[in-house]
Design a protein around this ligand. Structure first.
Ligand SMILES: Cc1cc2nc3c(=O)[nH]c(=O)nc-3n(C[C@H](O)[C@H](O)[C@H](O)COP(=O)(O)OP(=O)(O)OC[C@H]3O[C@@H](n4cnc5c(N)ncnc54)[C@H](O)[C@@H]3O)c2cc1C
Length: 469
């Protein structure tokens, strides 16, 4: 149950420290008309508005947000503005061909730079730090995965952007317990996620967009061109009728009847330390604030905040029957405790350090792990979703591409195979619950066995096939 005086700062450390008082903007109070109506004031909705208005400042753009701008994953994430996608180059190649796979990953590289460029141009202080990204191997059983990843990147022409580091090369950057190598790229940046979302919201308002907060979209209606009916976003306070409706609610879209099985809400959770004393940082290194990850199946992601805290995030919270999204799922004690344990295992120097924050949020997983950017001119419905753990950069690409599609432009982005992709629906319950819970548990087992035996996963089990696709 939401209350009017909700404490949005408690949602994440990022919202708490973004410098805004987080008072909601006024809600929609009556039906209205727009050129473009957008559901959701996260990165996807805000980037779409930004590029639309940059191209045509006269457009009437209305954004409807159930809570406040940046309330969703955009105000809670692990701070990684990084290249890559959850769908591998190899699988993109199998689906769309070598060139399309290469262009897709190339576009995500560009999106990383574009986020930094726009932040600078719009004078948004998003604490941008382009320190690169390290995928760290901890034990010989993890080395083959990063070596294979490097070979694949090389095969697609991205080898020059990456470097395989040996144990010493890794230690020169960061001292990780049992770290014995890493895959490094300089082309990634740490950001303050909520400052990006809140800064974008202010930027699009300056450009003329109207954001209604505390305004829930309860349904949407496609256009019926024959009857000259335009698409609509419905709310309890009234309808927004527009030429184009953009669905940018990511995981939360599953709350809409028509999109209930389009995505699976998967929780990613985060723990954060107090600012670490200088001697602890001296023992860890990590001076360039690189983003740090792992090739394990049970995803973990780390970053160092600008005020000297260590963020440790990961998945692992169990999928809930029927895909409900509730605020109380943002905190899951067993998973948060596991993340604290992992953090201390990575960095024994954290032994006596306090963890001050724990939060999380849902991200949207499509059935085939394939992001979608789509605009159907006939129905007037546009939308983008399914970035899984790579939404900071990909949402920029998606918003920019959606704006180009809506505007009728043809660019290198509108030709990407993410455009117009249709993922199949998730299975109805109870099959969805049974399947997802099985895979979640099995992948954890694969990692544990590899760690125990010191042998890399053989890649032959069903769950590995599903996860590596
Ligand atoms: C804990 C966590 C860590 C992550 N870490 C990273 C990372 O380090 N790097 C990375 O690249 N990606 C990461 N991701 C993913 C990334 O943050 C998301 O992919 C990205 O922010 C999605 O942006 P979005 O605008 O599409 O969705 P959101 O940011 O989720 O925004 C959707 C908005 O729509 C609103 N909304 C939904 N339904 C309705 C409705 N019916 N009516 C009105 N409004 C509605 C929501 O309130 C929300 O504000 C992480 C995600 C999580 C949850």
């Amino acid at each position: 149950m939401r209350t009017l005086d909700r404490d949005y700062g408690a949602v994440s450390f990022w919202l708490e420290t973004c410098g805004d008082d987080l008072t909601p903007r006024p809600p929609l109070e009556a039906s209205t008309d727009a050129d473009v109506a957008i559901l959701g004031a996260g990165y996807t909705g805000l980037w779409t508005a930004y590029y639309l208005l940059r191209h045509d400042p006269s457009l009437r753009v209305v954004i409807l947000e159930r809570e406040i701008a940046g309330f969703g994953a955009s105000g809670r994430n692990g701070a990684w503005c990084a290249p890559g996608l959850n769908i591998s180059l190899g699988r993109l190649e199998r689906l769309h061909g070598h060139d399309a796979a290469r262009r897709t990953y190339g576009a995500v590289f560009d999106a990383v730079d574009e986020v930094g460029r726009v932040a600078q141009a719009e004078a948004m202080d998003i604490e941008w730090r382009r320190g690169g990204e390290l995928i760290v191997s901890r034990g010989t059983h993890e080395l083959p995965a990063i070596e294979a990843e490097y070979r694949e990147l090389e095969r697609f022409g991205f080898g020059e952007r990456y470097e395989l580091l040996d144990e010493q090369g890794l230690a020169d950057r960061i001292m990780v317990n049992r770290g014995d190598g890493a895959l490094f790229t300089p082309d990634a940046a740490a950001i303050q996620p909520a400052k990006l979302a809140r800064g974008l919201a202010r930027a699009v308002e300056r450009m003329g967009a109207t954001i209604y907060e505390r305004t829930e979209v309860t349904d949407y209606k496609p256009a019926d061109r024959r009857a000259a009916v335009r698409p609509i976003l419905r709310t309890d306070a009234g309808d927004v009728t527009a030429d184009v409706v953009v669905l940018a609610g990511e995981a939360y879209l599953t709350g809409l009847r028509r999109l209930h099985r389009a995505l699976l809400p998967v929780w990613s959770l985060i723990v954060l330390t107090e600012p670490l004393p200088d001697d602890v940082w001296a023992s860890i290194g990590w001076r360039a604030r690189e983003l740090v990850g792992s090739p394990r199946f049970t995803v973990v992601y780390l970053s160092r905040t600008s005020d000297g805290r260590l963020l440790f995030g990961g998945r692992g919270a169990p999928y809930r029957f029927g895909s409900p999204i509730r605020d109380e799922y943002d905190r899951h004690d067993p998973t948060h405790e596991m993340l604290r344990r992992h953090a201390r295992d990575w960095f024994p120097a954290l032994r006596d350090v306090r963890f001050t924050h724990a939060w999380g949020g849902p991200l949207g997983m499509p059935r085939d792990w394939h992001p979608t950017i789509a605009f159907d001119r006939r129905t007037g419905i546009a939308g983008a979703r399914g970035y899984i753990g790579h939404g900071v950069s990909t949402a920029n690409l998606a918003g920019r591409t959606l704006a180009e599609l809506i505007d009728g432009q043809q660019t290198e982005r509108t030709e990407l195979p993410l455009v117009g992709h249709r993922s199949r629906q998730w299975e109805p319950e109870p099959f969805r619950w049974l399947g997802v819970r099985y895979v979640q548990a099995a992948l954890g087992r694969v990692d544990r066995i590899a760690e125990k035996t010191g042998r890399p996963p053989r890649g032959r089990s069903l769950e590995e096939w599903l996860a590596r696709r």
